[in-house]
Design a protein around this ligand. Structure first.
Ligand code: FES
Length: 318
């Protein structure tokens, strides 16, 4: 029924800024997937707050109890008794005001919102899953036993090839240049430099002879095989674009953007274990006296220091 003039009420919710805040929250959340967990948390908080306010706004009409005129009844004089087989139907038909209490527009509004939310959830969940979950997996890195400490003569380099995951075979093979620096504060000191060029990832080579005769194997022919080849590098060179590094991994020529990555290590039971890789801004000093500017491990080509580092804030999850 057409309401009386001047009493039209729009079915749509009033204009609101909550959707804008919600969208900003989603944008911050997705950006945080790349930038870091603090930003993800801020995005999630904004999304939750603005989403809640938006839904509350939109569904306000459903929760409002309409003003209902108090029921008035004329006290009718008692009816004269009638016979059981006389009279009309016992049920009273719904009044028009009761039908209007849940108008169709309200139902459609709620149904549209619910359907939209369901479709949004179905579309968004897999995307967020693929984007967010890899970062939670943390890229765990098992330590790898690469031989007895005595297999690495002091002050000498060994080209050491090992498999991060023996079950996956050569696809996880890595090579590091390992030098035993002798003792530091009563504990063995090692320099372990990755052979992955920090320009575009080609394998850097030692600038000096490898001594094939001295090749050593651990677990030869087995999945966890380790190969050690002595070498006497004057530095390292990359065959792809001519990048050059000194023996501490500092770039000395060509396009590399930082020092060569290194690996953590530990000694257990007289054996050397290679751990997680990390990135290096540069190295001052050498061997056991080296002072290393260490950073989280990033991809080749990524600057880690100076104004240039600001140009590389986004690192895809691995
Ligand atoms: S990949 Fe090494 S210099 Fe380009």
């Amino acid at each position: 029924m057409e309401p009386p003039a001047g009493q039209h009420r729009p079915h749509a919710p009033p204009p609101s800024l909550w959707p804008v805040g919600f969208a900003v929250g989603i944008a911050v959340l997705l950006t945080g997937v790349i930038l870091g967990w603090v930003v993800v948390a801020i995005g999630a908080l904004l999304t939750a707050i603005f989403g809640f306010l938006w839904v509350r706004d939109v569904t306000g009409g459903l929760r409002t109890v309409p003003d209902v005129e108090p029921e008035r009844r004329e006290v009718a004089p008692p009816a004269a008794p009638i016979r059981a087989d006389e009279g009309g139907a016992g049920m009273v038909a719904s009044s028009e005001s009761e039908i209007e209490r849940f108008p169709r527009s309200k139902f459609l509004e709620g149904a549209t919102l619910g359907l939209g939310a369901a479709i949004g959830g179905v579309v968004t969940a897999p995307v967020l899953g693929f984007a967010v979950l890899p970062a939670f997996r943390g890229g765990e890195h098992e330590e790898v036993d690469v031989g007895a400490v005595d297999d690495f003569p002091e002050k000498e380099w060994m080209i050491t090839t090992f498999r991060l995951d023996p079950d996956l075979g050569d696809v996880t093979a890595r090579t590091a240049y390992v030098r035993n620096n002798g003792m530091l504060d009563g504990r063995p000191s090692f320099t372990i430099v990755s052979n992955r060029c920090v320009h575009l990832g080609c394998p850097v080579q030692p600038n000096g002879p490898a001594e094939d005769k001295g090749t050593q194997f651990d677990n030869k022919g087995r999945p966890n095989q380790v190969i050690r080849v002595p070498t006497k590098p004057a530095g390292f060179g990359c065959p792809c674009h001519g990048g050059q590094y000194d023996t501490e991994g500092n770039p000395t020529a060509g396009p590399p953007v930082r020092a060569l990555d290194r690996f953590e290590f530990s000694i257990r039971g007289g054996r050397l274990f290679i751990g997680k890789p990390y990135s290096v801004g540069g190295v001052r000093g050498e061997a056991a006296d080296a002072v290393i500017r260490r950073y989280d491990h990033v991809l080749p080509g990524v600057h880690v220091e100076g104004p240039s580092a600001l140009m590389y804030p986004l690192e895809p999850p691995r």
